[in-house]
Structures are given as C-alpha cells and as structure tokens.
Design a protein around this ligand. Structure first.
Ligand code: ZN
Length: 139
C-alpha cells in the first residue's frame, strides 16, 4: 500500500535590488531532508506576481546574463499599460512567462538535480521580502 505524505515549509527571502537572482537550493534541500521523504517530488512555489523561479547554473556571469536577458526581453518602462498605475508591468509579464513554480524529483532522500542545477528565486521588482513555499510529497 502506497502511503503518501506531504511535508510543507515556508521560507522567507529578503532581496536587496530591483533585479536579483537568489540561490535558494540550500533551503530546498534542507526542507527535503527534514521531510524524511525518500521517494517522491518537491514542489517549489513563490506566491508572488512579480517574482519567478528558475533551475539552472548559479555562476556570477550567467547570473548577470539571466538579468540581462530578462531586462532585454521584458523591457522595464517599455510603454506597458500597467505602468500607468504601477511601475512594474515588466515584472508581471516576466513572472508569467518564467513561472512561479518548479517540480523536482526526490530520490534516495534528496533532490535529484544535475551537477550544475541550482534552484533560484528571481526578483523582478525588488527589494522586497519574498515567500517561498516548499512542499515535499512522497513516501
Ligand atoms: Zn503591478
């Protein structure tokens, strides 16, 4: 009989800049460890309209490239209608496209991730305090 368990935790992340990439892999791995779930998956979710999550390499040059890409594609102040009431249309659109959730497999009691894969919170309209919800589901 398969008995699924769900373990949830919320982590708070303070950002310091308008655009910032924060490596949160350590938090996620800590929650997976505390869950004591051996096989299953981990959902990572940011309950925000102007932040996003990515999984990729965390290295200073590529991190600045992520921000370069975001500001080139989702141009801040690019004539967006929403900027008439709130100065962050680019952040809403980037959050919509990049996404506010990620799933990762949990195997053998830890996150099954590639050597160059880190979980990152992408701040698109900082500085703010961001919440990250982490749910581990499995047995
Ligand atoms: Zn807004």
């Amino acid at each position: 009989v398969l008995v699924l368990r769900i373990y949830s935790e919320e982590v708070s992340v303070k950002t310091e800049r308008r655009f910032q990439v924060v490596n949160i892999t350590g938090y996620v791995e800590e929650v997976v460890r505390k869950s004591k779930i051996v096989e299953g998956f981990c959902l990572i979710f940011v309950p925000h309209a102007t932040a996003a999550l990515i999984i990729n390499e965390y290295e200073p040059r590529i991190v600045s490239d992520y921000i370069k890409w975001i500001t080139e594609v989702f141009k801040p102040g690019g004539g967006w209608r929403h900027d008439e009431i709130d100065d962050n249309a680019h952040a809403h659109i980037a959050s919509s496209v990049i996404g506010t959730n990620r799933f990762m497999p949990v195997r053998g009691g830890s996150l099954a991730r590639g050597a160059w894969q880190e979980v990152m919170l992408v701040e698109l309209d900082g500085p703010r305090t961001r919440r990250v919800l982490i749910q581990v589901v499995g047995e």
